[in-house]
Design a protein around this ligand. Structure first.
Ligand code: NIG
Ligand code: FE
Length: 388
């Protein structure tokens, strides 16, 4: 077993409320996990040392919501939106057509490119959904290809009802043969609970069928309208209710009194020019909040977790500390993981090193690529090209 000491850490923002933030710190990696952390002057000996020259170290970001298996792009739809067209769920169908026509290799290449972007943005764990196949074969291909790159795969056959099939027939497929084909490759079952997609009862049927097939529920809730998605998420003890853009007071209270994380996706509000979710009310009520990218070709095509953090601070009045916590611990909770998201002894050594003295710079310097290095399971996984 070799050990690595990261030393000269200007600020170690552990995201563990008991440990807090340490300045002039060091962190020991042993066997892919964190073996020790503390003041640099007390650091133990290690096989090798990496000097970080005063940089800030954070847990790797956990992106708990992304749609990365697709083909084609919808730049024209984005441009039309910027000149006045509203965002609707229907745009999904144009990506479905392109995705069905793509080969495994084309989907794999696109997915790998987006996964590489996430890594360069400091993301060490990401969730990935199907949902642009919407037939048994392409949904199964989607979850299988996603599983080549992440263990956090969500089956989203219930994204919309595709063209050319009756609604009842499609729901039977989603809860029957399509689920059976996809469940072996997925951990989660997801549904787009929204006007123009699936209503509360349909969503309940999909999530319940997924549960019976051994999958865990999470859902797209209250993105475009204040429907029953959040209520349903709490009822089913879903790991996460995602979007939460239109919430009633009772939705906020229900989330605060539950184990369901409110996952906010500000890159979507940015890219659809929509009002941002009310993060303050959620946090003040005591709900657990996560931030994720929701990278997808329609409602927001960005892999930038740092920009999501900057938007959460600027537009949603989260403090920089709250936003970073939501992008790390919040994401880990939204995936029901306790081995990532925090820098504590025994957790996986997934780290993001910023080319900045503090995480405050993530919001203070929006749009600037501040990620200097990324470590995954104790190994260097990405380094800024400026260093080479
Ligand atoms: O999370 N809301 C549903 N699904 C995606 C958007 C899908 C699309 O427009 O292609 C989302 O925003
Ligand atoms: Fe989504």
């Amino acid at each position: 077993m070799t050990s690595t000491l990261l030393t000269g850490i200007g600020l170690l923002a552990t995201q563990d409320p008991e440990l807090g933030e340490l300045s002039d710190a060091a962190l020991l990696i042993e066997d892919g996990t964190i073996g020790w952390l503390g003041p640099r002057a007390q650091a133990p000996a290690a096989d090798r040392a990496v000097e970080l020259a005063g940089r800030c170290v954070l847990p790797g970001f956990v992106d708990s919501h992304a749609h990365l298996v697709f083909a084609g792009d919808r730049a024209a739809e984005f441009a039309a939106r910027m000149t006045g067209q509203p965002y609707t769920a229907g745009g999904i169908r144009s990506t479905v057509q392109a995705t069905r026509q793509a080969s495994d290799q084309q989907l794999r290449t696109n997915l790998a490119r987006l996964a590489a972007e996430l890594l360069a943005a400091g993301v060490t764990t990401f969730e990935c959904k199907s949902g642009y196949g919407l037939d048994v074969e392409t949904e199964q291909r989607s979850v299988r290809l996603a599983g080549e790159l992440t263990g956090e795969v969500s089956y989203l056959g219930a994204h919309v009802v595709p063209a050319g099939i009756d609604r009842t027939e499609y729901l039977e497929l989603v809860c029957g043969p399509m689920l059976q084909a996809c469940a072996p490759h997925a951990k989660w079952v997801d549904v787009f609970c929204e006007q123009g997609a699936f209503d509360e009862d349909e969503s309940r049927a999909v999530l319940t069928a997924g549960l019976a097939a051994g999958l865990l529920p999470r859902l797209h809730a209250n993105q475009l309208t204040a429907g029953g998605g959040v209520r349903l998420a709490v009822e089913l003890d879903a790991a996460s209710a995602d979007h939460c853009t239109h919430l009633s007071r009772s939705d906020i209270e229900a989330l605060a009194g539950s184990n369901t994380v409110a996952t906010l996706l500000p890159l979507v509000e940015f890219s659809t020019r929509s009002p941002y979710p009310d993060a303050r009310s959620l946090l003040d009520a005591g709900a657990t909040v996560a931030l994720a990218t929701d990278c997808n070709p329609g409602s927001g095509f960005s892999t930038s977790m740092p920009l999501a953090i900057a938007l959460a601070v600027r537009e949603m009045r989260m403090s920089p500390a709250e936003a970073v916590f939501a992008a790390t611990v919040g994401g880990a909770k939204a995936l029901r993981r306790n081995d990532i998201g925090q820098l504590t002894v025994g957790r996986r050594a997934d780290l993001t090193v910023l080319d900045a003295p503090s995480y405050l710079h993530l919001a203070y310097r929006p749009g600037v690529p501040l990620v200097h290095q990324v470590w995954r399971a104790g190994e260097p996984a990405w380094t800024s090209s400026a260093l080479q």
